[in-house]
Ligand binder design. Structure first.
Ligand SMILES: Nc1nc2c([nH]c(=O)n2[C@@H]2O[C@H](COP(=O)(O)OP(=O)(O)OP(=O)(O)O)[C@@H](O)[C@H]2O)c(=O)[nH]1
Length: 130
């Protein structure tokens, strides 16, 4: 089966977490942590900073590792590495590719319809924030 390796960012600001809604493709309308596929030669943290800049025009400092999740979708196996991120310069994300975004408090994390692979990430995040 096809294997996709992705890095995703849990952007934190003012005690809230940034969630984005996919605007296109098979998983359109699902909520996720922004990020994307690694390119050859990149570290996970370099890939994540690049993807967040491309998708959200945001400069982040990639901080602590949260978790790696593995999930079998019908068409591919996903490995996703998740890191906390802080906005580097105070400039908030802009939605260049996503259709919507929300800043969620820890208590609101279950209020959006996460992609299947993200359910595990949200559990790890809730445990980490507790
Ligand atoms: N970025 C990201 N992708 C996720 C998450 N959860 C999850 O299942 N995925 C899946 O991981 C796959 C790769 O993500 P991607 O951001 O590179 O998505 P994409 O297929 O639109 O790639 P593209 O930007 O190269 O067109 C997608 O199928 C996406 O649905 C998540 O929280 N963040």
């Amino acid at each position: 089966m096809k294997h996709i390796e992705v890095v995703a960012g849990i952007i934190q600001s003012g005690g809230k977490i940034f969630a984005t809604q996919r605007g296109y493709g098979e998983f359109k309308d699902g909520w996720e942590f922004p990020g994307g596929k690694m390119e050859p030669g990149e570290s996970q943290k370099q890939a994540l900073a690049r993807e967040l800049k491309e998708e959200l025009a945001v400069n982040v400092n990639v901080a602590d590792f949260l978790c790696t999740v593995n999930y079998d979708y019908p068409a591919f196996h996903l490995t996703m590495h998740c890191y906390f991120c802080a906005i580097a310069d105070g400039k908030l994300p802009e939605l260049l590719e996503h259709e919507a975004a929300k800043w969620l408090s820890p208590a609101e994390l279950q209020s959006v319809d996460w992609l299947p692979a993200d359910v595990e990430v949200v559990k790890a995040l809730e445990a980490n924030l507790r």
